[in-house]
Design a protein around this ligand. Structure first.
Ligand code: SIN
Ligand code: MN
Length: 278
């Protein structure tokens, strides 16, 4: 699955590309059908919302779930990633953000690359996100907000913010420091003045589409998402593909393998008929 020159140009300019209706409802149901046992499993890969009860994210599902593992090699997601990275790729990080009906909480404005460089020792920017919509994403269920063109600035130097006192209470009390990067108070949130001037210049777009749509976005794109006040879940699968020439060189303590995958072998695209396309 090769992107057209026009699509590559749009991606380089805006920092993202939305491909509506890539996967069939059957394919998406196959993926969603894997979720109940993962949601029920009390494991560190499962991150909860502040209520200590609702699941916010599931990490590393591709490591031992054969369906998700196979999906990461699907040509419709892997090939555009490798094409845009201009090298072979592997899954650096896998997560499903649930953004549950009524309770799914905010993601503050941030860039992804700053985490991967500062926390994991990623050498360069040859990494991107491919997001698969597991539900219809509309204006009411907490769509992603992006600042188009913001990726062109590269990393915006942001001082680390320590987790506020409420995050040190249950359910995160006593948990390792890295976990606060995964919950609603994040470490490298971009400051309001920087955001205001950037957004005056570039605006904000909200990224919406039917389930089965695919969003590809640059690791430096400034993005966020509001809470979900609707009765509809907003599940999204985030596949962060890294170039195989861009292997991290960790300096400090390494984050767990279910956050940063250490299997650096290039993925080979493989068609799996369970994931039919439209
Ligand atoms: C993210 O920034 O990694 C997640 C954003 C979202 O799920 O809305
Ligand atoms: Mn992000």
């Amino acid at each position: 699955v090769r992107l057209e020159a026009e699509q590559v140009k749009a991606y380089r300019e805006k920092g993202y590309l939305l491909l509506p209706n890539v996967f069939s409802d059957t394919a998406i149901e196959r993926l969603n059908g894997q979720l109940p046992p993962l949601l029920a499993d009390d494991s560190p890969r499962r991150v909860l919302e502040r209520d200590g009860n609702t699941v916010r994210s599931l990490y590393g599902c591709h490591l031992d779930n054969e369906v998700f593992q196979s999906f990461t090699r699907h040509p419709a997601v892997l090939e555009p990633a490798a094409q845009l990275l201009e090298q072979t790729a592997y899954v650096y990080q896998f997560k499903i953000n649930i953004k549950a009906a009524f309770t799914g909480d905010v993601w503050q404005w941030h860039q992804d690359l700053i985490y991967w460089v500062r926390e994991d020792g990623l050498p360069g920017p040859h990494i991107l996100n491919v997001v698969v919509f597991l539900d219809d994403v509309t204006e009411v269920n907490g769509p992603m907000f992006v600042v188009p063109g913001s990726q062109a600035r590269g990393i915006i130097e942001t001082p680390p913010i320590e987790a506020p006192p409420q995050e040190r209470r249950s359910p995160y009390a006593g948990k390792p420091a890295w976990i606060t990067n995964l919950i609603a108070s994040i470490k490298y949130a971009i400051d309001k003045d920087t955001l205001a001037s950037m957004i005056r210049g570039h605006g904000i777009e909200s990224i919406k589409g039917p389930k089965g749509s695919v969003l590809i976005f640059d690791a430096c794109l400034v993005h966020s998402s509001p809470p979900n006040l609707s009765p509809f879940d907003r599940r999204m699968m985030f596949l962060s593909y890294n170039g195989t020439k861009n292997i991290p060189v960790p300096t400090g303590e390494r984050r767990p393998d279910f956050i940063v995958s250490r299997d650096h072998r290039a993925l080979v695209p493989a068609v799996d008929p369970r994931f039919d396309q439209l």
